[in-house]
Ligand binder design. Structure first.
Ligand SMILES: [Zn+2]
Length: 708
């Protein structure tokens, strides 16, 4: 095992194994089969890469993602590991060259697609090769129920018949029991050692928001928390993808559409830009993302409700693979609930399948509407118990207020009943609000008892009530009569007054504060930002020159560690996480040079928080306080508050901030001291004693300059 650890340190630049990596590697080296279930970002590939290096021969990696092979091989070669791939993008000559390398035992890892792996030609080649192991990546593709199903995967069981001595490792990030079971069955892995990792992704902040105008809310989220970050926005339809992408572009972001309706070159081009450039947003249908191995996706936003928790988990799992803070944001509204309910009813699948789809949709809706911890619910869905609420999701941070909606729900339900269970939600709300529309009058619905009884609540609040009643199963939305709402048997006790009902309160604004990006950026202190930016530019230029994504060169986390530790020499640099021998060799000198060129700003190298330092930095650049407040979207008194902290630490002086002459300052100090002697300090007393000549901000700054 010392050998494995040495390789991890030497080649990959990490000091220790994470989670169960070590046990998995040991088991494979012993020659035993392994099945690994690990969330994305858990470090799956090291589990087979290291044994492939240690065991004699070549590790054959079967992966469905041809587009990704080049990056995977580049990344390995960057760590000094001999890797290659064989696929249809190569010329006959290139393929022949790889074959020869394989026969000469010059490759540690070879990537192939499943359709090639099982051809007679390739199997024959394998017979002539020394094989160290077979790694079957994205093993859930074997499952007929999943949306990533690949027929070729079902033939992979033959590998075991043909090469019974060679250990196999199957890996997936899909968690549900049924898929797990199918993988075992189809790939003949009943005897394999199983490693099931927790599916928690602690660095992802889950946030699910309700309401209308999704697009504006999306913008508030992206602009507020991810102004410079790469992310994925998922939409339901191609049309929505195109319009959302152009809308984001008009807002000044580099947003690229991706869906099956675009031609192949454009899709490939957009995917490449997303991988290779920084700050790109991909707007896509769910066709996008499988195997997108980009570690620094900082957010995944859903403009519509995913069909089930598996999809939601898988799609949001593309955020934050590097372990740094990331956001999963979902907007949903009444129409989502109705559309998905109808799709579940409409599908012409058999009853069994329909029930399954329906059940999964219920669970997804439950996740959206509930008021307890989101993460507990998600993990619970994957049969994992989390004892305490996570403290890192919207419901934990801002527990949603609930209210007794019994009376309002009765109104909503009886309005459906009184109007004959024939109308959609907008009509029903108009009746409740007593709108004298022609159609309502024609139908005589201005005469029903529910006409105009709902004016105490707003249109948006009624939308929220109807959505929750549908989600909770009190109301059925009928696909056959164009979305008319009907009463479900479940609503009887509520209508009869035998049951009361608590609902989430409708909230106008996003309840969640800025969380992530500000935080993810803040893992680099303000004082270190010039160096961090210089390192990013260096990496970007290099990536362009070499034609690889920036993260293949160095991860964000590595750049942050460099800023934090500012190594002085090669030996210190080697201790930085993510810098192995080869990278040290290639980039060490350049990075040391950049560190020397960007010495730390001593004034900002303090114990104050990042937000305070951000203000100090702008103030020292000579920007006026009102301008700082505007730029940072803070109140002026918050800016003064930050500057008071800076005054107390002797980073700036009170005179610099308040621009008063010395005699005025002395005046204030005198009054403050007097007031303190009298009866304990009160700024209000000082303010009044000075007859309002100086505002509170000024007084606070002077006070901050006094030694306690
Ligand atoms: Zn939580």
């Amino acid at each position: 095992m010392v050998q494995a650890l040495n390789i991890l340190k030497q080649r990959f630049g990490y000091d220790s194994f994470r989670f169960q990596q070590q046990e998995i590697i040991e088991t494979l080296i012993r020659g035993q089969d392994v099945l690994v279930l690990m969330p994305t970002g858990g470090g799956k590939s090291v589990c087979y890469q290291i044994p492939a290096i240690i065991r004699e021969g070549t590790g054959i990696v079967i992966s469905p993602l041809i587009a990704l092979m080049q990056d995977q091989v580049d990344a390995l070669e960057h760590n000094g590991i001999r890797a290659a791939f064989l696929n249809s993008t190569q010329s006959a000559e290139q393929q022949q060259q790889v074959r020869q390398q394989l026969l000469n035992n010059e490759i540690d890892l070879l990537y192939v697609a499943p359709e090639r792996a099982m051809t007679a030609d390739f199997l024959q080649l394998l017979q002539l090769t020394t094989i160290s192991l077979f790694a079957i990546d994205e093993a859930h593709c074997v499952s007929q129920w999943g949306h990533d199903f690949r027929r070729d995967y079902q033939n992979l069981y033959r590998l075991h018949d043909l090469f019974p001595e060679i250990p196999r490792i199957a890996l997936t990030a899909t968690a549900d029991q049924r898929t797990r079971h199918e993988i075992e069955q189809q790939l003949n892995l009943q005897q394999a050692e199983k490693f099931i990792h927790s599916f928690d992704r602690p660095n992802i902040f889950y946030q699910i928001t309700e309401g209308q105008n999704n697009r504006q809310r999306l913008w508030n989220f992206i602009n507020g928390s991810h102004a410079q970050d790469a992310g994925i926005v998922y939409c339901l339809s191609r049309k929505q993808v195109d319009s959302t992408a152009s809308w984001l572009c008009a807002k000044g972001r580099n947003a690229l559409p991706y869906h099956a309706g675009l031609d192949k070159e454009m899709r490939a081009d957009h995917q490449r830009k997303f991988l290779q450039q920084e700050s790109v947003i991909i707007v896509a249908t769910i066709a996008f993302g499988m195997g997108i191995d980009k570690p620094d996706v900082r957010f995944v936003a859903h403009m519509n409700l995913p069909k089930n928790i598996e999809s939601y988990y898988q799609e949001t799992g593309r955020a934050g693979r590097d372990g740094l803070p990331a956001n999963a944001w979902l907007a949903y509204g009444l129409q989502d609930v109705i559309t998905l309910r109808q799709m579940a009813q409409d599908s012409d699948a058999n009853e069994d399948h329909k029930r399954n789809v329906h059940h999964k949709l219920e669970a997804m809706l439950g996740l959206c509407e509930q008021t307890r911890c989101r993460r507990q619910t998600i993990l619970n869905y994957f049969d994992e118990v989390m004892e305490k609420p996570c403290g890192h999701c919207d419901n934990c941070v801002t527990p949603p207020p609930t209210w007794d909606a019994t009376e309002a729900s009765r109104m909503a339900l009886s309005c459906i009943y009184r109007t004959g269970q024939r109308f959609g939600v907008n009509y029903l709300i108009d009746v409740l609000l007593g709108k004298p529309h022609e159609r309502i009058i024609q139908n005589n619905h201005d005469k029903v008892s529910t006409y105009g009884i709902g004016t105490l609540l707003s249109n948006a609040e009624w939308h929220s009530i109807y959505r929750q009643l549908i989600a909770l199963g009190y109301i059925i939305s009928d696909a056959e009569s164009y979305g008319a709402l009907k009463l479900a048997p479940q609503c009887k006790p509520l209508l009869k007054g035998d049951e009361s009902l608590q609902l989430r309160q409708y909230t106008k604004q996003e309840t969640v504060k800025k969380t992530s990006s500000t935080k993810s950026r803040s893992s680099v202190r303000v004082a270190d930002q010039p160096l961090f930016n210089a390192l990013r530019t260096y990496r970007k230029d290099l990536a362009e020159k070499l034609g690889v994504p920036p993260f293949v060169i160095l991860h964000d986390k590595t750049l942050q560690d460099i800023c934090r530790h500012r190594p002085d020499n090669h030996a210190q640099m080697a201790t930085i996480s993510g810098i192995g021998a080869k990278k040290l060799d290639m980039y060490g000198a350049d990075i040391l040079g950049l560190i020397a060129q960007h010495p730390i700003d001593n004034a900002l190298d303090n114990g104050l928080s990042d937000t305070v330092n951000e203000t100090i930095k702008l103030f020292r650049e000579g920007i006026a306080i009102p301008q700082i407040a505007r730029q940072r979207e803070l109140t002026e008194s918050s800016v003064y508050h930050h500057l008071c902290a800076a005054i107390a630490e002797d980073i700036v002086t009170a005179q610099e901030v308040v621009e008063l002459d010395q005699s005025s300052i002395d005046d204030i100090i005198y009054t403050i001291e007097l007031s303190t002697e009298d009866s304990g300090f009160s700024m209000k007393t000082v303010f009044e004693a000075l007859e309002g000549a100086y505002d509170y901000n000024t007084l606070n700054c002077v006070k901050a300059s006094l030694r306690e």
